[in-house]
Design a binder for this molecule. Structure first.
Ligand code: MV4
Length: 445
């Protein structure tokens, strides 16, 4: 087992990883920018190294500085958390070249899954359902026209280097095709330095349901059931829950099997997530595979009683997984509390937390780095905490969430708490009958 792990991240996820390391008797190294001197991850780690000025590109994204921090502290592994360098193939490679175990995917895996058209092709060949569309990339506008005619409008153009909602355009008819093609191509070239585009049938009002998986070095893979992430706003998830209100035991079995197929097809090692779109007839299609621990891993942990970070570390250290699948016996919901003003279009609202009281009690989990007096810096992600409730039923988990949100006091900055309080009362949310389009027409008024 590793003796010392460097956590190449900040905020709540850095604390989350430190907690598991402590339980496993592994020493920890925090890295921090000058803006994060007073952060809890610096306080709670055994050692801390400053890696640069506030801007992410000069600190949390600066590979040489992070490797130097690992070398001077003698860390034998690096946990990248989510975001930042967690899915950076170069970083994974540099860790390997320096004899440091990267607790995440291999450079080859990150590259293979990062190219969306290639990943889709791999999954299709492995027998995982994919959305009907172009065979690989679209060569030119004529090819695009022909393909769209075949798969029937509406279609969607996607940048192969995109993902998470960036570099996509829906096309409703042939008239819209050429301008959309030009725009996506130009945007993708500028944003990703790769203007490869592929086409799919546009799935109207899908649900976003993802399957948590784990795989080891010995060719075994398992699934840990689903998370429903349909409550999103501009591709930012706000609420996640498990089990999905849309799930049936049969569908879970089919999607779980497909996710395991996906993992085995690429010899997946570590914990990961296979994202699916699910349509109104409960057909499901592979969308993307994430090779990191995700923000919403917590709800899976709560309903199957399983520490996913511990599993990541054990797999990276070469331990085998049991190979059995895991099924939820409880219901968990997570609300992301962001330093944003939900009444003003979710505009970021960093600053000093002047008063703070955290909720607690039975069935309540709070993952956060916030405290009274903490100053939220303006340089990073606006998420300041994740409030999770777990109960026997969805109704009870919602009731618990309402109670916990009412107890949660954060003064000095605006947060998404009022949004969640309103959402928890919403009839459609409570019915469980919603799609990824739900928040498009929803308002705080
Ligand atoms: C789609 C789609 C409909 N049809 N692909 C958005 C993020 C990226 N991972 C893929 N996305 C979508 N791909 C086809 N063929 C609709 C979306 C989509 C979406 C997906 C999941 C969650 C929220 C979403 C919001 C808008 C669009």
């Amino acid at each position: 087992m590793f003796k010392k792990i460097l956590i190449a991240n900040r905020g709540e996820i850095a604390l989350r990883v430190i907690r598991t390391c402590k339980e496993m008797g592994i020493r920890t190294v925090a890295v921090y920018s000058t803006a994060d001197r007073d952060s809890l991850h610096v306080r709670f780690a055994d050692e801390a190294v400053c890696i640069g000025p506030p801007a992410s590109k000069d600190s949390y994204l600066k590979i040489p500085n992070i490797i130097a921090a690992a070398e001077i502290t003698n860390a034998d592994a690096i946990h990248p958390g989510y975001g930042f360098l967690s899915e950076n193939a170069t970083f994974s490679k540099v860790c390997k070249e320096n004899g440091i175990k990267f607790i995440g995917a291999s450079p080859e895996m990150i590259d293979a899954m990062g190219d969306k058209s290639m990943a889709k092709q791999t999954m299709k060949e492995a027998g995982v359902p994919t959305i009907p569309g172009s065979d690989g990339l679209i060569e030119n506008i004529e090819h695009a026209k022909k393909t769209a005619k075949k798969i029937v409008y509406p279609v969607i153009l996607k940048a192969t280097a995109g993902g998470g909602g960036k570099g996509m355009r829906v096309v409703n008819n042939e008239e819209e095709l050429e301008p959309a093609w030009e725009m996506v191509r130009r945007e993708a070239g500028a944003a990703f330095g790769n203007d490869g585009i592929y086409m799919e049938k546009f799935v109207v009002e899908p649900r976003h349901i993802e399957i948590q998986i784990a795989g080891d070095q010995y060719g075994k893979a398992c699934h840990l059931s689903e998370r429903d992430c349909s409550i999103q706003r501009r591709h930012q998830k706000l609420v996640e829950e498990t089990p999905s209100p849309y799930m049936t035991p049969e569908l879970r079995e089919k999607m779980g099997e497909a996710a395991i197929k996906a993992a085995l097809a690429v010899n997946y090692e570590g914990v990961g997530t296979v994202e699916f779109l699910v349509d109104k007839d409960r057909n499901f299609y592979f969308m993307e595979m994430n090779t990191r621990i995700q923000v919403e891993h917590t709800i899976t942990e709560e309903v199957i009683d399983y520490d996913l970070v511990k599993e990541q570390i054990k797999i990276a250290a070469g331990e085998p997984i049991s190979g059995k699948n895991y099924y939820p016996t409880m219901h968990a919901i997570q609300c992301r509390i962001n330093a944003e003003d939900p009444y003003k279009n979710f505009i970021p609202n960093p600053g000093k937390i002047s008063a703070y009281h955290s909720p607690g009690g039975h069935g309540v989990r709070l993952d956060t780095h916030a405290y009274a007096g903490y100053v939220i810096p303006p340089y990073y992600d606006s998420m300041i905490s994740k409030l999770i409730t777990v109960a026997q039923t969805r109704e009870e988990a919602i009731e618990k969430m309402q109670r916990a949100l009412d107890e949660y006091i954060i003064e000095g900055i605006k947060t998404t708490i009022p949004f969640h309080q309103k959402l928890m009362k919403d009839d459609q949310f409570r019915s469980g009958n919603f799609t990824t389009k739900f928040l498009e027409t929803w308002s705080m008024e």
